[in-house]
Design a protein around this ligand. Structure first.
Ligand SMILES: C[S@@+](CC[C@H](N)C(=O)[O-])C[C@H]1O[C@@H](n2cnc3c(N)ncnc32)[C@H](O)[C@@H]1O
Length: 205
């Protein structure tokens, strides 16, 4: 993602009137929060300016940009599928439109490991319509990539397993696929909302 993307997303996170605005719920200051695929930390900066929070991303440039936005976020370069923290370190894990770029079951397994028992998960996902809109406006390479996304997403829907293409993962999600993946990876109290955003919350068992 480009620097412009992250700057724009920070504006969106700070502007409650923007149609794409969505933030996780407020939490007591004592609760430790981790953002997976945090980009430049925009969601943490807007939602939890009252504490030191943690953000993880594979994109070092995004993290460096984030450092110029805030010194209250501890930015860590790493992968959602292999989190560099010991067990039960966090009370809340959030992921805004980032799990769709990862092996979701592997990421959920890791998220469950680093969450305390009863810890909360807040994620936004990507529906079929979003990927389809992107594919329709892209060139032939984008359409070939969409064929991979579609197959990978169907695979996730039925088996909760995914496969990479040219070293990366991407998918859209279904309610069935994500619910089953959450249950298999130790979550309960699953709630799914399909309004303006595909929002999923759950609790670590
Ligand atoms: C669409 S952006 C979302 C960024 C931010 N959460 C937001 O709401 O603007 C997806 C982010 O996921 C990151 N990402 C992709 N694959 C990842 C992985 N395996 N582990 C951690 N982060 C990943 C990307 O680098 C990118 O910053």
């Amino acid at each position: 993602m480009s620097e412009d993307y992250h700057r724009e997303e920070l504006k969106i996170a700070l502007d409650p009137s923007h149609p794409a605005h969505i933030l996780p719920p407020p939490l007591p200051c004592s609760r430790r929060v981790l953002d997976i695929g945090c980009g430049a930390g925009q969601t943490l900066i807007a939602a939890y300016p009252d504490r030191v929070s943690f953000g993880l991303d594979v994109d070092l440039d995004a993290l460096k940009l984030g450092r110029s936005f805030s010194d209250r976020v501890c930015f860590v370069c790493g992968k959602a599928e292999s989190l560099p923290w010991p067990n039960e370190q966090f009370d809340m894990v959030i992921a805004r439109v980032s799990l769709c770029h990862t092996d979701i079951s592997a990421s959920l397994k890791e998220i469950h490991r680093v969450l305390s028992k009863g810890g909360e998960l807040w994620i936004t996902l990507v529906p079929f319509s979003y990927s389809w809109r992107k594919a329709k406006s892209s060139n032939y390479r984008g359409r070939i990539f969409f064929a991979y996304i579609a197959l990978n997403s169907i695979c996730f829907h039925f088996t909760q397993k995914q496969f990479p293409f040219l070293g990366r993962y991407e998918s859209f999600q279904t309610e069935r696929g994500i619910s089953q993946a959450l249950v298999k990876n130790g979550f309960e109290g699953i709630s799914i909302s399909r309004g303006k955003h595909f929002l999923v919350t759950a609790r670590s068992r």
